[in-house]
Design a binder for this molecule. Structure first.
Ligand code: AMP
Ligand code: FES
Ligand code: ZN
Ligand code: ZN
Length: 314
C-alpha cells in the first residue's frame, strides 16, 4: 500500500480515517493533529509551562516528545509507586522516563510515595481499610494528588497526561454502563483550573492506542512495554477488548462513540459547565490545602493519616 501523500510505502493504514501514510508523513500527521487538538480544546499555549505526567510507557513519552517537537515549554513528572512484580515495574519505568529526559535535556521531577507517605502503593493498600486486592483506586488518588501538588509547587500552568482514545472510551463505556453522571460530566479533553485544582489536559485523547504506539516506535522512543502488574484482569482491560471487537467489525466505532459523547455533553448537562465540581461544592483541605468535596481533610490526607497511624501500631 502506498502513502496517500507521496510515492513511498505506507507504514500504517488507519481504516477509520481512510488514510495510509509513510513514516515521515505519519510522524508529521501526529504532530499536526496534536497541535489541532490543543487549539480546538483550548488546552494551552506556547507561553505556558506544561507539566507532562510520564509513566515510562509509550503514550506519555510519545506525548512529551510531540510537545517538545512542537516547541512547547515542558517539564516531566514521574511518580515512583514502589510497584515491583516480576519486571520490577516502577524501577524499570522510572529508568525509561529518566533516560528520555536526559537524552533531550528536559527537566524531570521525580516523586516517590515512600518519601511522601512513607510506604509503597502495595504497602499502603495492605494497610488501608479499602479493598486490599485492588491498589488501582488508591494509586489513582495518590497520582492525582501528586500531579496537582507538583504542578502547583513548581508553577506549571497545566498538567497533561498521555490518555489515548482507547483509555477514554473504556472509561466512557464503564461510566455509561453504570450511569456515573458525575464522572460523565467531568470527562473532558480539558478541565480548567479551579479552586486550587490545576488545569488538566489530554492532548492525545483522539488518537487510537495503535497510533500512539506506531508513533513511539517510528520515532525510536524507548519505553516500558509491560503493563502495571495490577492492571491484569481489570475492568478497563475487559472493556477495551469488547470495544476492540466492535471496532474490528466497524472501523471508527471508538472515535465516533467518543466524539458523539463530547457533542452530546451540552445537551446532557445544559446548566453545568465541564469544570464540575463547582467552587460551591468544594472545601479546602485543612492539611494540604488542595480542594476537597468534603469539609476537613481531603481523601489523600485521610489516607496518609490512616497508613501512618497503622504503621505506628505495628
Ligand atoms: P494509566 O492510568 O496508567 O493508564 O496512565 C494514564 C496517564 O497517567 C499516563 O499516560 C501518564 O500521563 C500518567 N501516569 C500514569 N502513571 C504515572 C506515573 N507513575 N507517574 C507519572 N504519570 C503517570
Ligand atoms: Fe497504579 Fe498499577 S499503576 S496500581
Ligand atoms: Zn508519504
Ligand atoms: Zn489534603
Amino acid at each position: 500500500m502506498k502513502c496517500r501523500k507521496c510515492p513511498s510505502r505506507a507504514v500504517i493504514n488507519m481504516r477509520q480515517h481512510k488514510l495510509a501514510l509513510c513514516k515521515d508523513h505519519y510522524i508529521q500527521w501526529i504532530l499536526d493533529q496534536t497541535e489541532k487538538n490543543i487549539q480546538k480544546y483550548k488546552m494551552f499555549t506556547k507561553e505556558e509551562n506544561i507539566l507532562v505526567a510520564v509513566s515510562g510507557g509509550k503514550d506519555s513519552l510519545a506525548l512529551w516528545d510531540v510537545l517538545d517537537r512542537l516547541g512547547y515549554k515542558t517539564g516531566g513528572l514521574y511518580i515512583h509507586l514502589g510497584i515491583s512484580g516480576e519486571n520490577d515495574y516502577s524501577n524499570q519505568s522510572m529508568q525509561f522516563a529518566t533516560k528520555f529526559a536526559n537524552n533531550r535535556n528536559l527537566q524531570l521531577h521525580i516523586a516517590n510515595t515512600v518519601d511522601m507517605i512513607g510506604s509503597t502503593i502495595p504497602e499502603i493498600t495492605s494497610l488501608s481499610r479499602r479493598d486490599k486486592t485492588k491498589p488501582c483506586a488508591i494509586c489513582g488518588l495518590v497520582k492525582r494528588h501528586t500531579m496537582n501538588a507538583i504542578a502547583n509547587d513548581f508553577n506549571y500552568d497545566v498538567f497533561v497526561t498521555g490518555h489515548n482514545l482507547d483509555d477514554e472510551v473504556a472509561v466512557l463505556f464503564n461510566n455509561t454502563l453504570n450511569w456515573q453522571i458525575d464522572f460523565l460530566r467531568r470527562q473532558s479533553p480539558v478541565l480548567h483550573s479551579k479552586a486550587g485544582l490545576q488545569k488538566k489536559a489530554k492532548p492525545f485523547c483522539r488518537f487510537y492506542e495503535r497510533e500512539t504506539a506506531a508513533y513511539a516506535i517510528l520515532s525510536e522512543i524507548e519505553y516500558i512495554e509491560d503493563e502495571c502488574p495490577f492492571a491484569v484482569g481489570s475492568t478497563t482491560i475487559h472493556n477495551k477488548s469488547i470495544l476492540n471487537q466492535l471496532e474490528h467489525e466497524h472501523a471508527g466505532t471508538k472515535l465516533s462513540y467518543y466524539l458523539k459523547f463530547l457533542k452530546a455533553k451540552p445537551i446532557l448537562f445544559p446548566n453545568i459547565d465541564e469544570d464540575f465540581p463547582s467552587m460551591d461544592d468544594l472545601f479546602v483541605c485543612s492539611s494540604c490545602g488542595q480542594p476537597s468535596p468534603k469539609e476537613g481533610k481531603c481523601s489523600y490526607c485521610r489516607l496518609v493519616e490512616e497508613v501512618q497511624s497503622k504503621k505506628l501500631l505495628r
